[in-house]
Design a protein around this ligand. Sequence first.
Ligand code: NAD
Length: 255
Amino acid sequence: MKTVLDKFKLYGKVALVTGASRGLGKAIAIGLAEAGADMVLVDILETDTTQQEIEKLGRKAITIKADLSSINCVDPIVKTAVDEFGKIDILVNNAGIIRRAPLTEFTEKDWDDVININQKTLFFLTQAVARVMIERGEGGKVINIASMLSFQGGILVPSYTASKSAVMGLTRLMANELAVQNINVNAIAPGYMATDNTAPLRADEKRNKTILERIPARRWGQPEDLKGVVVFLASEASSYMHGYTVAVDGGWLAR
Ligand code: NAD
């Protein structure tokens, strides 16, 4: 009989993670590999260190270099993954960018660049992977990386707030359509995490102090803090969860 801990194991599964070169995506990819999955690492940057760490765990990892700012990359990514492994069981839409400027100065480029990666490619990559999952008929898992700004308005980041609010809505929409195919779609909303993405905030002494004072856990999140929840959402242990966005935020939203 399978124990509950067995249900968290991902041996024999293939997981594709976007933005796997560094930050949250790197920790997510390593966490999934620690749980047993073989990995497809997608990024515009080199993913060598992620790949090496996964291979050290005894798992396979292939790298696909792709620019997710256009959906032209979608079909080649899915084809390469399926040619290599024959299937995709788990998709983590993690790659994302942010642009900061006051509302009155915000440019169309900063709008389009962010929406294209964080929202448009997230949708069309999921569409392409869902087709493969449905054709195979064995279900699957989609995990989108949302944000505190899926729930809150934020400041100085209009396209980021728009895109991450959309990620929470799309997570629900995709779950509603795909649940019947035994595909679970859920999201993780990280709080304030220490990555390159938030380096400007941490470098600003005043902002850093204000943020830390508001986080009940009184610390920035570390990328490793996401490993547990991503493995849960990627595994059989979460098979009746559909369309939910889980915050991992040191208590930020609880205040
Ligand atoms: P990061 O900038 O450290 O890493 C993002 C990764 O995405 C990088 O490896 C980068 O090369 C890749 N990427 C960016 N543009 C790409 C493109 N055009 N094509 C392919 N790959 C591309 O950021 P992070 O902090 O690790 O963020 C990861 C995700 O988590 C993002 O969606 C971000 O919005 C979200 N998030 C981060 C925080 C945080 O506090 N750091 C909080 C909430 C949500």
